[in-house]
Write a protein that binds this ligand. Structure first.
Ligand code: GAR
Length: 199
């Protein structure tokens, strides 16, 4: 008798030192809640004092610290860890370093990133953290959102995989926008990664 084959997609999450880990924990919870076969099998942080590092360890996620001061060394270590752990997709979550073109092409698995606004108009190298929400606020936008995109050698460029808008016309400050957008990020990222893996 033929047996049904069950796959668990193993993904890696990369985060920089400042990361709160809110996207990482939202993904972890979403796949568990919906009983979906996706697992964060590897989390790599650039600093041990990142709040996300302790969070990931508490969630039981295999977590490593690899310094990104030397990007070539960082990328070599991430490649090795991805191969050893059979990783089929890398998700960036609060990873603010630029990955090289040679890493992106040689790793040969998709690398997705999440951005806290609608791209391309509110993306780019200086657009991270509150700078994004301040720019959206100052432009008087009535909508913002979150965008998931494939990583490209240019910061916050790359094919858009999913995006979701949110009305911000009742927001009183850039901080209010940030709160609304973060909720959207948490709903969108896990769903989009699963969709991308199974498409
Ligand atoms: C998120 O808002 C994400 O969109 C942003 O960093 C934050 C990480 O939050 N990423 C970028 O701006 C990339 N251009 P988290 O550490 O709580 O997951």
């Amino acid at each position: 008798m033929e047996r049904a084959s069950f796959i668990t997609y193993k993904i890696a999450v990369l985060s920089s030192g400042h990361s709160r880990g809110s996207n990482l924990s939202a993904m972890h919870e979403y796949w568990k809640k919906h009983n979906l076969p996706v697992q964060i099998a590897l989390a790599v942080f650039t600093r041990a004092d990142s709040p996300a590092f302790s969070l990931a360890k508490n969630l039981g996620i295999p977590s490593f610290v690899v310094s990104a001061k030397d990007m070539a060394g960082f990328e070599a270590e991430v490649s090795k860890l991805c191969i050893e752990n059979n990783i089929s997709l890398i998700a960036l979550a609060g990873f603010l370093k630029q990955l090289s073109a040679s890493f992106i092409s040689s790793i040969a698995i998709p690398i997705l990133n999440i951005h806290p606004a609608l791209l391309p108009q509110y993306g780019g190298e200086i657009m991270y953290g509150m700078a994004v929400h301040k720019a959206v606020w100052e432009a008087g936008e009535r909508e913002s959102g979150a965008t998931i995109h494939l990583v490209d050698p240019l910061y916050d460029h790359g094919t858009i995989v999913a995006s979701q808008k949110v009305a911000i016309d009742t927001c009183q400050s850039p901080e209010d926008i940030a709160t609304k957008v973060l909720k959207v990020e948490h709903q969108l990222y896990a769903k989009s990664i699963y969709g991308y893996l199974t498409k």
